[in-house]
Write a new protein. Structure first.
Length: 506
C-alpha cells in the first residue's frame, strides 16, 4: 500500500532535515551535507513551500535543541515557556528553507529556470539574509558543516562560508537531477554535472595548494596562554564567590607564567564578575597578576559609562599592561537579543532578559586594542559567528583575533562544538590566528589554515598555551567581504519580481 503523496513528501523532507543536522557537530558527519538535501529536492515540486519548511523545521529543531538547556537550566524559564520560545525560533528559521524551495519551483514554473541554477543562489541569498534580518542569527549556515575538512574550507578566504554553502547546495541539486534522470523523469544535467565536478575539484586543488603554502607561518610571533576557570554558572554572579573566581584565574595564570612565560594571558568573557573599573580589593588582585608575571592580561568584565546622567552597561574586555594599568577596553558590538537586552522593550514590558545580575547592555564600537606594537581584535561570545565583525576588526589593523566567551550556558551539549566550528572560519576567511578563551571550554587556538591547537575539554579547569603568529595574510574575502551573497540576494529579488510581472502579463 502506497503512502499518500503528502506523507511521502513530508517524510522525504524530514529525512533531509535530519541528515543535514547530523552533518554538524555533533556527530559532525560532514559528508552527509553533500547528499542530505537530495530527498528534499526530489519532492519539493509536490509541496514547494511546505517541503522546504518541513526540512528546516527538523534541521533547526535538532541542531538547536540545546536552547532548552539555556532557557530552563540557566535562564530560569518554565519548561512550557522555554518550549514555546524554542518552537517559535525554529518555526522562524524554517521559513528560510521553505522560501528557498518555493522560490526555486516558482522560477522554474514562471521563467523556466532550472533548479540547479537557482537553488544554490537562492539558498545562499537567504542564508545571508538570515545573518542580519531581525539582528541576525547565522547559526548553522550550511558551509559550517565542512569545518573539519581542512582542504575544503581553505576557499573560505575567497568567498567566506557562503562559498561552501553554494557548492553544497549546487552538489545536492545536481545529484537530485541525476536521480531523476536515472528514473527516466528528466534529461541528464549535461552542463551542471561536469561543472559540479570541476568546481569540487577546483576547490580541493585550491585547498591543497593553500595548505602546502603553509598559511600559518608568520615573521612575528607572540607567546599566548589561555586560562579556563570552569566557573559554574550557578555561582558565577554570586558576590560570595567573587574572591574564589579571582583566586582560580590567578593560580591558572601563575601556572602559565611558571611553565611557559607567556607575553599575553587571556581570561574568558566576564571572568571578573564585578565592575573591574571600580577601585577595590578584587580589582587590585587582578592588577597584581600581570605585575607579578611581567605579562599583559586580557580579560572579560562588565563595564559601565555615564552618558547624560544615564548608566550604560557594556560587555567588555580590558587589556592590562605589565604594570597592571589599563591599556584599553573593547566593548561588545553585537548583543544577544533577550540575552543581553530586550528588543522593543517599551512594547514588551513583561519580557525580561535571560542574563542575571546586570541591566540591559549597550552596544560598543569596533576598536582593536594596542599591545606592545600589535593590535588585538576582540570578539565577545557569539560575535565570532558574524563574519563581517571579524573582517572589520582585521581591516582596522588587528594582528590577532581573540574570542572570549562563556559557553557554560550551553551545558554538556553540542553547542560548544558548534560555536568553535564557526569560530574557526573567521581565522581562515581573514588568514589570521585566533585565540579563544572559554569559561567552561572549548578554549583553543585556531591557525590561519583552520587547524585547532590545544583544544581543552569542556567543564574542566585548564590552561594552555601556543606561540601564535601576528598579522593577517592574503585574503580575497578580506577585500571584498560578503559581495557574493549580496549579489545573490539582489539577483534573487530581481528574479522573483520578474515572475510577478510574467504572472501579471499572463
Amino acid at each position: 500500500m502506497k503512502l499518500p503523496s503528502l506523507d511521502r513528501t513530508s517524510l522525504a523532507a524530514a529525512l533531509s532535515g535530519l541528515l543535514l543536522a547530523l552533518a554538524f557537530p555533533r556527530p559532525d558527519v560532514a559528508e552527509l551535507a553533500w547528499i542530505a538535501l537530495v530527498p528534499l529536492f526530489l519532492v519539493m515540486d509536490t509541496r514547494p513551500f511546505r517541503s522546504g519548511f518541513t526540512a528546516g523545521l527538523v534541521f533547526f529543531a535538532v541542531v538547536l535543541y540545546w536552547l532548552n538547556i539555556v532557557m530552563t537550566t540557566y535562564g530560569g524559564l518554565h519548561p512550557v515557556l522555554s518550549a514555546t520560545a524554542y518552537l517559535l525560533l525554529v518555526l522562524y528559521l524554517a521559513l528560510f528553507f521553505g522560501t528557498a524551495t518555493w522560490a526555486a519551483c516558482r522560477l522554474r514554473e514562471k521563467l523556466g529556470y532550472a533548479p540547479t541554477l537557482t537553488l544554490p543562489i537562492l539558498w545562499v541569498a537567504l542564508e545571508f539574509l538570515r545573518s542580519f534580518l531581525l539582528t541576525g542569527f547565522p547559526w548553522a549556515t550550511l558551509g559550517y558543516s565542512q569545518q573539519g575538512r581542512l582542504a575544503l574550507i581553505q576557499s573560505a578566504d575567497l568567498f567566506g562560508v557562503y562559498g561552501l554553502s553554494f557548492l553544497l547546495v549546487f552538489g545536492n541539486a545536481v545529484l537530485a537531477e541525476a536521480v531523476r534522470w536515472l528514473r527516466g523523469q528528466r534529461s541528464l544535467p549535461r552542463v551542471a554535472l561536469p561543472l559540479l565536478v570541476l568546481l569540487v575539484c577546483a576547490n580541493l586543488a585550491y585547498g591543497i595548494w593553500k595548505l602546502a603554502a603553509d598559511p600559518d607561518r608568520r615573521e612575528r610571533q607572540m607567546r599566548v596562554a589561555l586560562a579556563q576557570g570552569n566557573i559554574d554558572q550557578g555561582v558565577k554572579w554570586d558576590p560570595a564567590y567573587q574572591q574564589e573566581t579571582i583566586r582560580i584565574y590567578g593560580e591558572l595564570s601563575r601556572q602559565a607564567g611558571r611553565e611557559w612565560q607567556p607575553e599575553l594571558i587571556i581570561w574568558p568573557e566576564a571572568a571578573t564578575p564585578f565592575y573591574f573599573q571600580e577601585p577595590g580589593a578584587l580589582s587590585e588582585q587582578v592588577r597584581q597578576v600581570p605585575r607579578d608575571l611581567g605579562t599583559f592580561l586580557l580579560f572579560g568584565s562588565p563595564a559601565y559609562e555615564v552618558v547624560n546622567r544615564q548608566y550604560q552597561y557594556l560587555n567588555s574586555a580590558f587589556l592590562l599592561g605589565t604594570d597592571g594599568e589599563i591599556l584599553g577596553r573593547s566593548d561588545k558590538v553585537h548583543l544577544v537579543p533577550f540575552g543581553e537586552y530586550v528588543p522593543l522593550k517599551p512594547f514588551l514590558p513583561f519580557v525580561d532578559k535571560l542574563v542575571v545580575g546586570i541591566g540591559d547592555f549597550s552596544a560598543g564600537t569596533i576598536s582593536p586594542l594596542p599591545m606592545n606594537g600589535a593590535r588585538l581584535g576582540v570578539l565577545v561570545c557569539y560575535e565570532a559567528i558574524f563574519p563581517e565583525l571579524a573582517r572589520d576588526y582585521v581591516r582596522q589593523g588587528s594582528d590577532l583575533l581573540v574570542n572570549i566567551t562563556n559557553d557554560a550556558w550551553f551545558g554538556r551539549s553540542s553547542a560548544p562544538y558548534q560555536h568553535l566550528a564557526m569560530s574557526r572560519f573567521r581565522a581562515v576567511e581573514n588568514r589570521i590566528w585566533l585565540a579563544r578563551a572559554a569559561n567552561t571550554g572549548i578554549s583553543a587556538f585556531v591557525t590561519p589554515s583552520g587547524r585547532i591547537l590545544e583544544a581543552t575539554p569542556i567543564f574542566e579547569q585548564a590552561v594552555v598555551h601556543a606561540e601564535v603568529g601576528l598579522g593577517a595574510g592574503e585574503s580575497l574575502y578580506l577585500r571584498i567581504g560578503d559581495t557574493l551573497p549580496t549579489l545573490f540576494l539582489g539577483l534573487s529579488i530581481f528574479w522573483l519580481v520578474r515572475t510577478r510581472r510574467r504572472f501579471g502579463e499572463a
